[in-house]
Design a protein around this ligand. Structure first.
Ligand code: SF4
Length: 232
């Protein structure tokens, strides 16, 4: 594997000003050309915007490093979407990262159903730590966050230094809304998670996902929590 190039010096204010009116595909192209082998795409195979991002990157660099965090609590529909989408999009380098603890080991160490008592710790063990491993040796991380997904995402920058994971973080769809995202998916015949047609607006672990509510309100019901900690 080719070594990732060092992250370039970036004037984030200037770049965000330039990208604020840009088409997401232009931002993705800049990311592919700037970071090359250092670029990594985080994919959940749950939400619509992540599927649009995968399509945009695959058009330019089908061998881009894509990573999926399999918490062991993903819906079967999410696995099915992975099985169908990866060949359909022509992605050649999709990697699955799991927690170092099996479900049983986590229950033995922290008690059963940790997500019902301490979802932050559960997300740390099953998402944050594997995300850190996924980005080892990488310089930039692309995700599908949009500002319209929740109040907490309203100020999402298009490009920023991410201190938590030590990479440049790009959110090319920050400025798109749900309608634009679905129009792109329809126009390009991109596969997506069938649960999005069954009343789910945001799809993560089956322990912490409810249908029938807008945005990210269906996640971690009963807790003052809207993010797993990957993007905060
Ligand atoms: S979303 Fe829920 S089950 Fe999944 S890692 Fe976080 S707390 Fe655990």
């Amino acid at each position: 594997m080719t070594a990732a190039p060092p992250a370039p010096e970036i004037d984030y204010d200037a770049l965000n000003a330039r990208f604020e009116q840009a088409d997401p595909r232009e931002i993705v192209r800049w990311a592919v050309e700037t970071f090359g082998e250092g670029l990594s795409v985080g994919a959940s195979f749950g939400g619509a915007s992540g599927m649009a991002i995968l399509h945009m990157v695959a058009q330019l660099k089908p061998d881009v490093h894509v990573f999926v965090l399999d918490t062991d609590y993903l819906f079967e529909e999410t696995h099915e979407n992975m099985r169908q989408s990866i060949p359909a999009l022509g992605l050649q380098n999709v990697n699955v990262y799991k927690s170092k603890l099996t479900h049983e080991e986590q229950a033995a160490q922290y008690g059963s159903a940790l997500w019902m008592r301490d979802p932050d710790l559960c997300c740390e063990l099953r998402k944050i730590e594997p995300n850190r491993r996924a980005l080892e040796g990488k310089t930039a991380w692309v995700s599908g966050l949009r500002r319209d997904q929740s109040e907490g995402r309203r100020d999402t920058p298009i490009v920023a230094w991410n201190q938590k994971f030590g990479v440049v973080k790009l959110n090319p769809l920050a400025n798109w809304d749900e309608k634009q995202t679905w129009a792109y998916i329809a126009a390009n015949k991109i596969p997506y998670n069938v649960m999005l047609d069954q009343g789910y607006a945001s799809i993560g672990c089956y322990n912490c996902t409810l249908p029938g509510v807008q945005g990210r309100a269906g996640r971690w019901a009963g807790f003052d929590k809207e993010e797993c900690g990957l993007h905060t």
